[in-house]
Design a binder for this molecule. Structure first.
Ligand SMILES: [Zn+2]
Ligand SMILES: [Zn+2]
Length: 271
């Protein structure tokens, strides 16, 4: 049985308080568990909840961490990922080979002096850092077909697609439409026929107009992509850090006027 779970749906910075309790204040993290292993997308603070579940397990599944990009909201939970500290853990970390930076070195800097008392490669787990194949040929990971596609975001970001018979989920955590036609077209193709699209809807149109080039989308963009790509179910994510639960409800209500099966990502949500 495959189980896809949202552990964090907030963008930019985690938030806390009663106004954020329903959708949650933790930043991006998703997991997809199969009989053969565990795929984790991003290591925002949402990874803590996943980490606590895994801490109860006697044996850990083989795990692959896929990164969309390396902005802090997507990696800041990594030092607290408990499987890192279990010597029997086998963890593969993967990201875009087309990046202009050395992403593995960036993670080793984040988890190490002076930001963390233990070095990433000395935590205990057996780690393997691997670039995704530059051919863009989809991977088979633990029985899941995994493909990826670049989307527009400062310093590059990847969207991922997970296909199993009868279900396909696309995740595009940070994505601004209308910046590069080629990327928009490529992303639309990438989404075609997926059952679920989880996509960046951080801004209202007014907020986006004031933050052009910051790399985030609106629910209007999300609805348009979902309709054009023939998606069945739309999940808005990367909620702005100031967006309260009630305001998220309002956005979802508005989006449903154009795409009835629209939901907002929330912590603990299983797809
Ligand atoms: Zn982000
Ligand atoms: Zn980002």
């Amino acid at each position: 049985m495959n189980c896809f779970t949202i552990h964090g749906a907030r963008g930019t910075m985690p938030v806390a308080g009663k106004n954020f309790s329903r959708y949650g204040g933790n930043t991006t993290c998703f997991s997809l568990k199969t009989r053969q292993g565990l795929i984790v997308v991003d290591a925002g603070t949402g990874i803590n909840a996943l980490s606590d579940c895994l801490a109860k397990a006697k044996t850990l599944p083989p795990t692959t961490l896929l990164f969309t990009h390396f902005h802090l909201d997507h990696v800041i939970g990594l030092p607290l990922f408990k499987p890192l500290y279990r010597p029997q853990s086998r963890i593969t970390l993967m990201a875009d080979p087309g990046r202009s930076d050395d992403w593995a070195r960036s993670l080793k800097t984040l988890v190490g002096t002076p930001y963390w008392p233990v070095r990433l490669t000395h935590c205990g787990a057996r780690l393997s850092f691997q670039d995704l194949p530059s051919t863009r040929m989809p991977l088979q990971l633990y029985g899941i077909r995994v493909s990826w596609c670049p989307v527009w975001h400062p310093q590059q970001c990847l969207a991922y697609r997970f296909d199993v018979p009868g279900q396909s989920i696309v995740i595009a955590t940070d994505h601004e439409c209308g910046r590069q036609r080629r990327l928009d077209d490529c992303f639309l193709q990438f989404c075609r026929g997926a059952t679920t699209l989880i996509v960046d809807a951080q801004y209202t149109p007014r907020e986006q107009a004031a933050h052009r080039g910051w790399g985030h989308g609106t629910w209007q963009d999300a609805v348009r992509i979902a309709r054009e790509a023939g998606i069945e179910e739309l999940v808005l994510t990367h909620h702005d850090r100031y967006r309260t639960d009630t305001q998220i409800d309002t956005l979802v209500r508005e989006a449903r006027r154009y795409f009835s099966r629209t939901y907002a990502a929330r912590e603990g949500m299983i797809l």
